[in-house]
Design a protein around this ligand. Structure first.
Ligand SMILES: C=CC1=C(C)c2cc3[nH]c(cc4nc(cc5[nH]c(cc1n2)c(C)c5CCC(=O)O)C(CCC(=O)O)=C4C)c(C)c3C=C
Ligand code: FE2
Length: 465
């Protein structure tokens, strides 16, 4: 997982200073008017949003389009070409981006293969890209038994598809209630329904305005960035899609509806404890390798800290002044990930005498293996062993109505900024089509090298996700 800053991740995050320096912290006001984060601190460290500017510079394939700050969500049109001028009936589509998960235990290895074959997940320097697939095959094979155990313990598969479908349905109804008729599609990155399938359906349905909404509140190269890169490649390659007006909501953790809904869940769960005011609010976010943030300019850490700040501000406004802590879970492989690590912090908190703890998963809005298995089973057990006596966990937002209603608002606010993608600069074709012999040689060489690397770094096999 070496840092390759030439990776095409973060496409579409070409943020100019004037845009990056503005966002909304007064969560009750639906406008983009206050300076962002520079003066914010809640015991967490972090840079300002000017980072995003830096991050845009290190990615050489960023687009020329100007992002628009729309009611607290970073919205980015796919490009700056002219929008449609002729009058036609508007057929709105909303494309929800998500990770996807194996539905059965047999799906686990191929799902993991898709995940590790993503150059935004294992970021190899360009010269070593030919190793990507052999490495993915090897790592997925080695990791599959452990992953299967995890999925077996939560019922034999990931609940993500079902929950995401429910969210899509709820969003469609929330839009309808606001007098916006829209088809809502689901595009998973690593399992069915794949992004390609969703995009084909959008084409068949003759959608003529599209809003892309990742189901990740915070932006990361490894999640939203990866899905947008795939979308961009698909759209550029297609004559019809390259002319379709599209708006992408890059992140929305700062929206009032999300912050309030999270605060509601936390407030409710706190009431289950004997002495709610003594409970440590423990935010556990999915980690990313440090190099993403340090070398590639991933805004994920900054956005996460900003997000926690906003939720805590909202709780304070409700008279809830509990201590809180942010840590990162689910690291994979031999590299350094964002710290502090959830497991280590839980042990420390136990040692420090914390007796009551409320875990809050914060990087994802559905239940999934990392809430149901990692937090509810592994971390709970560790916490109790470490001296924490009272354990609670906030459920994922799922279809909470205040949250879904706010997502519908985000979609409506983004619609006017939809613009078409240019048909130029088609993404690089797969080398298999161009030179099958060279491809075969690279695969064989790659498999051999991947095997050697895996002998040196057996950690992929052992570490928790
Ligand atoms: C914001 C959320 C996520 C980030 C950031 C993220 C980065 C990331 N993940 C891996 C490796 C794995 N992730 C796996 C599952 C998984 N990851 C997320 C979310 C984020 N990942 C979710 C919601 C899920 C669960 C899907 C489900 O089926 O419920 C897995 C597989 C699980 C297993 O047990 O093996 C792996 C592996 C990396 C390497 C990474 C950043 C580089
Ligand atoms: Fe993950």
């Amino acid at each position: 997982m070496a840092a390759a800053i030439s990776s095409p991740a973060l496409l579409g995050l070409n943020l100019s200073k004037s845009n990056t320096s503005k966002c909304r912290h007064d969560i009750s006001v639906h406008a983009c008017e206050l300076p962002c984060r520079s003066s914010l601190s809640s015991g967490t460290t972090g840079k300002t949003f000017q980072n995003l500017q830096l991050e845009a510079r290190v990615h050489n394939r960023s687009l020329a389009g100007k992002p628009l700050c729309s009611a607290g969500a970073w919205v980015h049109p796919l490009s700056t070409t002219e929008s449609h001028s002729h009058v036609e009936e508007e057929k709105v589509g909303v494309l929800l981006l998500n990770l996807g998960g194996p539905e059965t235990l047999n799906d686990v290895q191929p799902f993991l293969y898709n995940l590790f074959a993503d150059p935004d997940i294992i970021r190899l320097p360009r010269l070593f890209r030919f190793l990507q697939r052999p490495l993915a095959r090897l790592i997925s094979t080695l990791r599959a038994p452990k992953s299967k155990e995890g999925y077996a313990s939560i019922g034999g598969g990931s609940p993500l598809r079902k929950i995401t479908d429910e969210q899509a349905d709820a969003l469609r109804m929330a839009l309808e209630a606001k007098k916006v008729a829209a088809n809502v599609y689901v595009a998973m990155r690593y399992w069915h329904p794949f992004t390609e399938e969703a995009v084909q359906q959008i084409k068949r349905d003759r959608i003529n305005k599209l809003v892309v909404l990742p189901l990740y509140p915070q932006y990361s190269i490894s999640t939203t960035g990866s899905s947008i890169r795939v979308l961009q490649d698909l759209f550029r390659e297609d004559k019809i899609l390259s002319r379709l007006p599209v708006a992408i909501i890059q992140s929305w953790y700062q929206r009032g509806g999300y912050v309030n809904s999270m605060a509601d869940l936390i407030e409710k769960e706190l009431q289950r404890f004997g002495s709610p005011e003594e409970v440590m609010i423990f935010f556990s976010a999915h980690g990313v390798p440090v190099t993403y943030v340090r070398d590639a300019g991933d805004p994920y850490k900054d956005q996460m800290e900003d997000c926690i700040y906003l939720i805590m501000q909202e709780l304070k406004a409700r008279g809830i002044n509990n201590d809180h802590k942010l840590a990162y879970q689910s690291r994979v492989g031999p590299v350094q990930w964002l710290k502090p690590y959830t497991d280590e912090v839980l042990v420390d908190l136990g040692k420090q005498g914390v007796k009551s703890l409320l875990a809050v998963p914060v990087s994802f809005v559905s239940e999934h293996i990392e809430t149901l298995e990692e937090i509810d089973m592994e971390y709970k057990e560790l916490a109790l062993e470490s001296g924490i006596e009272n354990w609670g966990r906030v459920p994922a937002l799922g279809c909470t109505s205040t949250f879904i209603t706010d997502l519908a608002d985000a979609v409506i606010e983004a619609l006017p900024s939809a613009e078409a993608i240019t048909s130029t600069e088609v993404g690089g074709p797969d080398s298999l089509n161009q030179n099958p012999v060279g491809y075969a040689v690279k695969m064989i060489l790659g498999s051999f090298l991947a095997f050697i690397i895996l002998l040196i770094f057996p950690a992929f096999k052992n570490q928790s996700v």
